[in-house]
Design a protein around this ligand. Sequence first.
Ligand code: NAP
Length: 275
Amino acid sequence: MTFLVTAATGNVGNATLQSLLAIGQTVRAVSRHTREWPAGVEGVVGDLNDPDGLRDAARGVDGAFLLSGYPSEAGVLEALPDDAHAVLLSSGSVPGGSPENAVTAYHLESEAAVKASGHSWTMLQPNSFMANALRWQPQLDAGDTIRLPFADVPIALIDPSDLGELAARALTDRRHAGASYRLSGPEALLPETQIAILSAALGRPLHFEAQPDDEARAQMERAMPAAYVDAFFAFFSEHTLDETTVWPTVHEVLGRRPGTFAAWTRANAHRFLSA
Ligand SMILES: NC(=O)c1ccc[n+]([C@@H]2O[C@H](COP(=O)([O-])OP(=O)(O)OC[C@H]3O[C@@H](n4cnc5c(N)ncnc54)[C@H](OP(=O)(O)O)[C@@H]3O)[C@@H](O)[C@H]2O)c1
């Protein structure tokens, strides 16, 4: 069977692509750029922000892996064959979340569009990704002190590879149709502990410092719209999102424990060595 994988170079999209290839499926992979892809992959150049840009890519496939919040979603859902399955990478903020939170809102809208499309579907509702640690690179380049916000919030980070494997399972096995999977990693870790684990993996002394809220807010406002900054402060400062609870879902669906942050940092240590 052939599956459309959007954001196929991203953390989860690429893991989905690899998982599909590993179980003998073929993939139509979307990137904004022409790329070399492995055997079994047909590359498609397309932009998730183009409302009609992925219609052709969606025709004739058996299912699609989609991200929330992109204008191309409606066109893909229309162009997919009627019996194609849609897997949406949504967010753990959706169950019980408020549409007044700007991040929750775009995931809610995408979930609603997928559910209204008539396709069978599976929702992945994960916690924060382990790969977010790669955003610490500028601080790692500048020294051994890593300042992070929300220092008192333990998070059960999830390995994007587990999400890719789950997406591949959901695309190829209709027993996952109609499921909304709330997903976490195996253990809730404070930011200070996350830094200690990365320090061990890199073999490099790293020191954690709690970043004050005003400094964190100013930094985040340089990187994203103000409504999203408010959304993340609501999640982690006002505790409207629980990413501390460890959910059994990865184990239940994949039949194995989810990956640990220690294992992820060891496997991805090479990605931190740009300094
Ligand atoms: N990070 C978290 O903690 C977290 C938690 C819950 C949910 N999520 C959701 O997960 C999603 C995916 O995260 P991720 O870490 O897998 O993504 P990612 O690694 O940031 O990759 C996103 C990919 O999307 C592609 N892309 C971006 N803009 C595009 C566009 N306009 N047109 C076509 N492709 C585009 C890029 O590929 P090319 O450069 O090859 O085009 C990029 O590789 C997020 O968008 C978010 O909604 C994230």
